[in-house]
Design a protein around this ligand. Structure first.
Ligand code: HEM
Length: 459
């Protein structure tokens, strides 16, 4: 509540908005800086500040307690707003983008695809893909690692999604078309005006043709699966055979296609980007890397890694938590109010756009001292604070918390550990690696040299 009064007040407006364009130019110039600045000073302490994305007022929520509050109340703060509208243009009414009423039906249908038993199957595929990549490298080779990790993520995700005969080609085709979709998603976030994206402009035509191409690939896979009829142990089979526990209904082909596009969008970018950030952080903190390798040597030895091994790697888990804190791929998320609402003592009208930035919340100095510093030990049990736990939600919270969290928490460390135990990766240039913001946040291109370790695990 507003400490000065129990009567809700209008939230303050961020300064510097221009007529019509609002804060759009500032956001375009440096989105992370723009949103970080909104998280400091008295306006930020009030917990809600209004920014203008073009003509559209967006209520930016800047306090973690208020973000947790709104995520726990989907009846008032519904899935929607600038980010989700972009996702809907790609993934229609998928579980990630559908409104709460559909979500109550869809989520239980999909949940079995993410059971522990399935995750163990997916992990074997993940380890095999990472191992094949590690074997394909040559000593002294220079590789563009952000691209490499996204390519690997696309392969892992498509192979865990589909294990049919056309999988490899499907994965490569999806990977080729995907970047265009992400650019289209970002454009829709920053220019949330429907007609602009329906005009026959090259960008819109390219977006549409990439989306049609991906839909065709998925449609082809679905038809192959339907004609086979058996459970192949992959994600598409799990989704295809899942039934609504109340009605026994299964997903139609159109619904399945939307779910698959939504899954790809949610899974490939996130796992690829976080794996790349992990490699980056370990490369520039060699002492931490050495300690992680020591931990791996004791827990795993020379045998292939398994999903269950991660429970015995406490330092690696802390490193992972710190990377997710500094570089959450979903840097900005949105909701929309279903009716007049109150948040932190502020009055918010019905139909209002709400946004919150995980990137900024994860760097709030009140919760994280020296917030820009990479410090995995801030997650040691005797150092971690309640404020830290409250402000850390890389996988979201509430009813829309990431359905692929266990998958991501398993696949990413598995990939990175598989590569690191055989190769030392170091940046090949002095070029700074910075967050690059599109629909999601990924590292800027990073060229790395790979050197074979004299013995597996050698520093
Ligand atoms: C490091 C990896 C990942 C991160 C950081 C991450 C993060 C998130 C976040 C923050 C949300 C909540 C979005 C919101 O509140 O609007 C979310 C939702 C979702 N994620 Fe993930 N994700 C990751 C990996 C994955 C993977 C691997 C998959 C699928 C295989 C996946 C599938 C989904 C889906 C389907 C949703 C929507 C859930 C719903 O609304 O019920 N994610 N993710």
């Amino acid at each position: 509540m507003n400490p000065a009064s129990t009567v809700p007040t209008s939230p303050p407006a961020a300064p510097g908005a221009l007529p019509v364009a609002g804060h759009l130019w500032q956001i375009l110039r440096d989105p992370l800086l723009f949103f970080e600045r909104r998280h400091t000073g008295p306006a930020a302490r009030s917990g809600v500040v209004v920014v203008r994305v073009g003509p559209r007022p967006v209520h930016l929520v800047t306090r973690p307690d208020l973000v947790r509050h709104l995520l726990a109340d989907p009846g008032t703060f519904e899935q929607g707003g600038i980010y989700i509208e972009g996702v809907r243009a790609l993934a229609g009414n998928s579980v990630a983008s559908c409104p709460a009423a559909d979500h109550r039906v869809q989520r239980p249908i999909l949940q079995p695809a993410f059971q522990q038993r399935r995750i163990a199957d997916y992990s074997r595929v993940t380890e095999a893909c990472a191992d094949a990549l590690a074997r394909s490298w040559h000593n002294g080779q220079r590789l563009e690692m952000v691209h490499g990790m996204h390519r690997l993520a696309a392969e892992v995700v498509t192979r865990t999604l589909f294990s049919g005969p056309g999988t490899v080609q499907a994965g490569q085709d999806i990977q080729r078309l995907f970047p265009q979709l992400l650019v289209g998603l970002y454009r829709r976030m920053l220019l949330p005006v429907g007609w602009a994206h329906r005009m026959p402009l090259p960008a819109n035509i390219g977006f549409r043709s990439a989306l049609n191409g991906i839909n065709r690939i998925i449609d082809r896979e679905i038809r192959t699966y339907r004609s086979g009829g058996r459970d192949r142990g992959d994600l598409l089979s799990a989704m295809m055979h899942a039934t609504d526990p109340r009605t026994g209904a299964t997903l139609t082909d159109v619904e399945l296609t939307e779910q698959v596009v939504g899954m790809l969008l949610a899974a490939v970018e996130t796992t690829g980007s976080v794996a790349a950030w992990l490699l980056h952080c370990l490369a520039i903190h060699p002492k931490v890397e050495e300690a992680v390798l020591g931990e791996l040597r004791i827990a795993v030895g020379d045998r292939p890694l398994r999903a269950g091994d991660l429970a015995n790697l406490p330092l690696f888990k802390r490193v992972f938590a710190e990377v997710l804190r500094l570089y959450p791929p979903f840097w900005l998320l949105s909701r929309v109010t279903t009716g007049p609402a109150e948040l932190g003592g502020h009055r918010i009208p019905g139909g209002a756009d709400i946004a919150f930035s995980l990137y900024c919340l994860h760097r709030a100095p009140q919760a994280f001292p020296f917030p820009h510093r990479f410090d995995p030990d801030r997650w040691l049990p005797d150092r971690v604070t309640d404020a830290q736990r409250e402000a850390h939600f890389p996988f979201g919270a509430g009813t829309r918390q990431c359905i692929g969290e266990v998958y991501g928490r398993t696949a990413i460390p598995l990939v990175v550990a598989t590569l690191l135990r055989h190769w030392r990766l170091r940046h090949a240039t002095g070029r700074e690696v910075t967050p690059l913001v599109k629909g999601t946040m990924r590292p800027s291109p990073m060229s790395m040299t790979v050197t074979r370790r004299a013995a597996a695990y050698a520093p």
